[in-house]
Design a binder for this molecule. Structure first.
Ligand SMILES: C[S@@+](CC[C@H](N)C(=O)[O-])C[C@H]1O[C@@H](n2cnc3c(N)ncnc32)[C@H](O)[C@@H]1O
Length: 249
């Protein structure tokens, strides 16, 4: 075994032992509870744009993008555009390294605020980004996205819009199959199921009605995807437990 293989083995063993460490799991859970309460996910920028994600999920996304090497990333839920800019910047890196020829990102949002649209369009990464405005689960929008997806050879899908069970299940049914074999349909905010009932008083989602319950139902009817537990075992802090869905066939 050479030094590189030795370190890889050490890394895999470390992830496994971390994922079984009761104290660590307890502190991760406590950290999630406290940081959801304090809207910690609003604290970050990617290349100057607010990205509503936890740093650990952003790193996990980076690892997935490097592994999958998509040339098209489809995202529902744009908000301030940080996640679109992140995806576009990763595709620009893949291009610069010669890993893909040309990469692009499609974002869908029901309400692209004028100031966000303007800032995204003025960003150096904007040439890789296309935005569609409308509900991600409208038939017309689903058809538009499928038409656009014909441009991609290897596709990664990220769902981060309305977090109710019905909406996410409809998105999974509409878009998950666009993810290429070996790629992912990442479903964010599955953490809602693991939080106390009163955590989202002003939201239509909560325990029993959220992205995780949608993922569970979707997996009963679609055998092409499996939850990649290794991602959450590795990062421990995540808004997407059971949300990293890998397309296996
Ligand atoms: C959590 S934010 C997205 C955050 C973004 N992905 C990021 O990481 O920075 C959720 C977004 O979903 C959008 N949204 C809500 N309902 C939607 C729907 N039916 N279709 C598409 N987008 C929707 C909201 O307008 C909001 O901008």
């Amino acid at each position: 075994m050479n030094e590189i293989q030795k370190f890889e083995k050490e890394r895999i063993n470390n992830v496994l032992s971390n994922s079984k460490d009761k104290n660590l799991l307890e502190s991760s859970k406590e950290f999630m509870l406290e940081t959801i309460r304090t809207t910690y996910s609003y604290n970050f920028l990617w290349m100057g744009r607010p990205i509503i994600q936890y740093p650990q999920d952003i790193v996990a996304m980076q690892e997935i993008i490097w592994e999958v090497k998509p040339d098209l990333i489809i995202e529902t839920g744009i908000a301030h555009g940080g996640s679109l800019i992140f995806s576009a910047s990763m595709l620009a890196l893949l291009e610069a390294c010669g890993e893909i020829e040309k990469g692009e990102v499609l974002g869908i949002d029901i309400d692209i605020r004028a100031h966000n649209k303007e800032a995204i369009e003025a960003h150096p990464m904007s040439k890789k980004i296309t935005m569609f405005e409308g509900s991600s689960i409208d038939d017309e929008m689903i058809a538009r996205v499928h038409e656009f997806a014909k441009r991609g050879k290897t596709i990664l899908v990220c769902l981060d819009s309305n977090h109710t069970h019905a909406h996410v299940l409809a998105e999974l049914r509409a878009y998950a199959n666009l993810a290429s074999v070996g790629s992912y349909c990442i479903t964010f905010d599955t953490i809602v199921e693991d939080l106390p009932q009163n955590s989202f008083d002003n939201r239509p989602w909560g325990k029993g009605n959220n992205p995780k319950t949608a993922v569970w139902e979707f997996l009963k009817e679609n055998d092409k995807f499996a939850i990649d537990k290794e991602v959450e075992n590795k990062i421990l802090i995540t808004v997407a437990p059971d949300g990293y869905l890998k397309r296996t066939k």
